[in-house]
Design a protein around this ligand. Structure first.
Ligand code: PNS
Length: 166
């Protein structure tokens, strides 16, 4: 069993699909570091700190949470992986349409840091259509988020979008 894996993403916000991938990763690795990419070029609904806090809140009562660390980074992912002593990156692939982007990203990371591997995990079928952007769209228009995100995330989204839909 490998020891440390990094599960990177924007997590703006974390969804039930991300949580499904995270749980699967904890079955394969001793430690999984969920790392929130904070990229100033990208418009995010939540700050890096808020995204980290939401992730911590929604895993705290899980049996596998003791294997998980949550942090944030800015810059190149492979630099952060090396800093964290992680030699594997975990990414979720929901559909074939995800694969082209994921493949390019994995090959770029491999060129930059040949010792860091990327593995792809599939979420359960019920999560294959969920994405953070779809969740934000539903939240913006006040839709029911209960099957897409944990309740703390649904509340945080509701609070963020309250002013906009009034
Ligand atoms: O959840 P996302 O937005 O699909 O995650 C993409 C992410 C954050 C993993 C990717 O954009 C990333 O690694 N950004 C950091 C910058 C970097 O290392 N880029 C080179 C790899 S393409």
């Amino acid at each position: 069993m490998k020891t440390i894996a990094l599960y990177p993403g924007s997590f703006d916000p974390i969804t039930n699909g991300h949580l499904d991938i995270l749980e699967r990763a904890t079955r394969l690795f001793n430690t999984v570091i969920v790392t929130v990419a904070v990229n100033n070029k990208k418009d995010a609904v939540f700050t890096g700190e808020e995204r980290v806090e939401l992730i911590k809140e929604c895993i705290h009562d899980k049996e596998w949470a003791k294997q998980v660390e949550v942090n944030q980074f800015t810059g190149l992912l492979v630099d952060h992986a090396q800093k964290m002593k992680a030699d594997t990156l975990v990414r979720g692939v929901r559909q074939i349409s995800d694969f082209e982007y994921e493949f390019r990203m994995a090959l770029t990371n491999k060129r930059l840091a040949p010792e860091v591997d990327t593995i792809f995990l599939m979420p359960d079928e019920e999560f294959t259509f969920i994405s953070a952007s779809i969740v934000k769209e539903v939240a913006y228009w006040g839709g029911d988020l209960s099957s897409f995100v944990p309740s703390n995330v649904a509340k945080a989204l509701k609070d963020k979008f309250q002013d906009k839909t009034e």
